[in-house]
Design a protein around this ligand. Structure first.
Ligand SMILES: *Cc1c(COP(=O)(O)O)cnc(C)c1O
Length: 390
């Protein structure tokens, strides 16, 4: 049966396995930096790309290739390229296609390190940058011009769950011959597949939901074969390669991705609904609410509301820190997508480098907290929040 007739849940487990002569059941891990040639002529043919095969793990490795192909199946992409971190994936997606004199348009509500990378590093290469509000399509339309080569967006946004309209942004990008890249770290391909709505590249941190157990770092970019081929050349030259060991760990994460995301999203919806009814909670931001301002778009693009909740407590930073320090079950850590529920204070961590005015401009208040909901029993999570908010 051809791989693309199988359902995603099946592909997450059985897609793109590479099989050796030893008939191992699980994917083998090839911890080797290089591969041997039978003779000098074969070495020459491999390097000239006259025959296919592995030469050196910075360029390609069977375990990494299995991971790339498995995520590509799930994203509905022709090809994928895996790299060492989510940031490496973003770097490769942007710098493969942007050069001096080009213009990049990006959403304003970006993961802090991504914002730092675009403003602090991409800008140094003579690439013009315009940041626009996530949900303001007129602003995106007004921002693109002749030299715009890429649109970059993250949806849902962190931690306020603002939804970008992927199809509309793809149309705007394509109207000027630019590419649309979507950071899909928050959802993972189990919840959202940006390419289905016209995005050219799905970029993600595999460190988050794909691993799901907080073990290794990784990143992946998926898209059309011609685009991924170019990115793979950038990755090879700049040395962003993923470790085969990490690829092997991530492959075991992918196997349980769908069940984890389904249960974690269901838990998140219950927690979000409970938080909404609490007197000390001023606002709750969750993409899965029926009355989310962009509920129709969520239903179109996402299988569920996802696993991340933002909520604001009355009393500012002091009250927010008290909640964190009183919680017993939630891990105080910045990771998300983990089977363990986590809590962070965006104002002083993920968005800590922004000025107070800049934070408020994008809706990050001092009393705002971010939860990533895990696989614990949801009643235990609610009880923990209840005693912390009391
Ligand atoms: C974590 C994260 C990244 C960066 O990924 P790393 O694996 O930590 O480099 C990028 N985008 C989003 C939305 C993230 O949550």
């Amino acid at each position: 049966m051809s791989d693309n007739k199988l359902h995603p849940e099946t592909l997450a487990i059985r897609g793109a396995k590479s099989q050796t002569e030893y008939r191992e059941h699980n994917q083998a891990v090839f911890l080797t930096s290089s591969f041997m040639f039978d003779d000098a002529a074969q070495g020459a043919a491999l390097f000239a790309k006259e025959i296919e095969g592995f030469t050196y793990s910075r360029t390609a490795n069977p375990t990494v290739a299995a991971f790339e192909q498995r995520i590509a199946c799930l994203e509905g992409a022709e090809k994928g390229v895996a790299v060492a971190t989510g940031m490496a994936a973003i770097q490769a997606a942007l710098l493969t296609f942007l050069k001096a004199g080009d213009h990049l348009v990006a959403g304003q509500s970006l993961f802090g390190t991504t914002a730092g990378f675009i403003n602090g590093i991409v800008s140094k290469f003579g690439i013009e940058i315009t940041l626009v509000p996530q949900t303001d399509l007129a602003a995106w339309k007004a921002a693109v011009k002749e030299n715009t080569k890429m649109l970059f967006v993250e949806t849902p946004s962190n931690p306020l769950s603002e939804i970008a309209d992927i199809q509309a942004l793809a149309d705007i990008a394509h109207s000027v011959g630019a590419l649309l890249a979507v950071d899909n770290s928050f959802c993972s391909p189990a919840i959202q597949q940006p390419l289905k709505f016209g995005a050219d590249l799905a970029v993600e941190s595999a460190t988050k939901a794909i691993d799901g157990q907080g073990r290794v770092l990784g990143g992946v970019v998926c898209g059309r074969a011609d685009l991924i081929k170019e990115i793979a050349m950038y990755v090879n030259s700049s040395g962003l390669a993923l470790s085969p060991f990490s690829a092997w760990v991530l492959l075991s994460g992918v196997e349980t991705l769908f069940v984890r995301m389904e249960r974690q999203s269901a838990n998140a919806l219950q927690v979000a609904q409970w938080l909404r009814g609490h007197e000390r909670v001023k606002a709750v931001y969750y993409a899965g609410f029926d009355d989310h301002p962009q509920a129709d778009l969520v239903r179109k693009q996402q299988v569920s509301g996802g696993i991340v909740i933002g909520f604001e407590v009355a009393g500012g930073k002091e009250a927010a820190w008290k909640v964190i320090d009183t919680l017993k079950l939630f891990s105080k850590t910045a990771n998300l997508g983990d089977v363990r529920s986590t809590i962070t204070h965006p104002w002083t961590t993920t968005h800590g480098r922004m000025t107070p005015e800049a934070k408020e401009a994008v809706g990050i208040e001092a009393g705002l907290l971010r939860l990533s909901i895990g696989l614990e029993n949801v009643q235990d999570l609610i009880a923990d929040l209840q005693q912390a908010l009391a």
